[in-house]
Design a binder for this molecule. Structure first.
Ligand SMILES: *Cc1c(COP(=O)(O)O)cnc(C)c1O
Length: 338
């Protein structure tokens, strides 16, 4: 049972069928009809003018930072955010900018916190130009923002002349819980990155969404980063299939994660479980039990998961994690002794 990430899913037979019958062309010339259809579909869903297909969510985030900033600017984000923790420091390398970290709660920031972190304009200070929110917050344990919570941050950005980017790698997981629409999300952000290769189950692909001018610049940055692909419509077909068929079922992943979280709460080897809101379960181990030891033990019993700190472990539920696997997992976890 692979609970390492929701990226471990493999295409379903129906998704493979959609991929095999995709019409393709050279996307660097804008001639791949399936990629064009995916980009148009996502732009429309979020109420934006355009979108650009990329190989990864790291690339869509890095492109957004590059287009929204100039060297010597800074980005404001929560300290556990993916752009800071897991993108190899690419903000500095690709964009020559600094980062201004805010300590939020479970990965989420408030408008007051963002406002307090904005630097005054002086010759000797970086310019605070961009705010990045993550929804859901991976390292925050899959916590999510509602549109109502984002609105004051949006208003602040408008007042301060700052841009607002959404790292929406798991935005559909957030919307499953808030019951809000993609159009409502689109109104709040200048740019949105969406991953199709996470809970939605496509093998590869992220899309960066924004207005016409932003996406035109984003295409240039994608090319210089080496992300201009050719007949990648085979991949885009999987993404379209995922959007049409795998969004509604995300609620099942959330149910399963909650059940794992509830069981872990009652286990003597667990010190604390972060509140489980979506498909991510992050927990700390008791006493001197290390994540490495715990992972070895569960691995011998057929469960793989990811270490998230010396004594912290993450489980992520997904499309390929069935009800039968959940039952087996609960049985194994309830019988563990350390
Ligand atoms: C997975 C993820 C990304 C993008 O990751 P890639 O592996 O580069 O596609 C971005 N942000 C968050 C929050 C993620 O979980």
């Amino acid at each position: 049972m692979n609970l390492i990430s929701d990226t471990v899913t493999k295409p379903t037979p129906a998704m493979l069928q959609a991929m095999m019958s995709a019409e393709v062309g050279d996307d660097v010339f804008g001639q791949d009809p399936t990629i064009n259809a995916l980009e148009a579909k996502l732009a429309k869903m979020f109420g934006k003018e355009a979108a650009v297909f990329c190989p990864s969510g790291t690339m869509t985030n890095q492109i957004a930072i590059k287009v929204h900033t100039q060297p010597l600017d800074e980005v404001l984000c929560e300290e556990s955010s993916h752009i800071y923790q897991y993108e190899v420091g690419g903000y500095a390398y690709n964009s020559g900018i600094g980062i201004n970290l805010i300590q939020g709660e479970y990965g989420k920031m408030t408008a007051d916190q963002v406002e307090a972190a904005i630097k005054p304009v002086h010759d000797w200070l970086p310019l605070s130009k961009l705010v990045v929110l993550e929804n859901t917050c991976n390292k925050g344990g899959g916590s999510y923002y509602s549109c109502e919570e984002v609105k004051p941050i949006r208003d602040l950005c408008i007042r301060q002349g700052m841009k607002l980017h959404l790292d929406g790698a798991r935005i559909f997981n957030a919307l499953t819980e808030t019951k809000e629409s993609t159009l409502q999300v689109g109104e709040l952000f200048d740019s949105i990155s969406v991953c199709l290769s996470k809970g939605l189950g496509a093998p590869v692909g992220s899309v960066l969404i924004g207005d016409e001018d932003f996406v035109r610049q984003a295409r240039r940055v994608r090319k210089v980063m080496g992300g201009g692909m050719r007949q990648a419509g085979y991949l885009a077909a999987a993404c379209i299939y995922a959007l049409d068929n795998h969004v509604e079922r995300l609620a099942e992943d959330h149910e399963r994660a909650k059940k794992i979280g509830e069981l872990l709460e009652s286990m003597p080897y667990v010190k604390a479980v972060k509140p489980v809101h979506t498909n991510i379960v992050i927990f700390d181990l008791e006493g001197d039990l290390t994540a490495a030891k715990f992972l070895d033990v569960i691995s011998a019993k057929g469960i793989s998961a990811a270490p998230f700190g010396p004594q912290t472990v993450r489980f992520v539920t997904h499309l390929d994690y069935t009800e039968a696997m959940l039952e087996k997992t609960l049985e194994i976890l309830s019988e563990l002794k350390f």
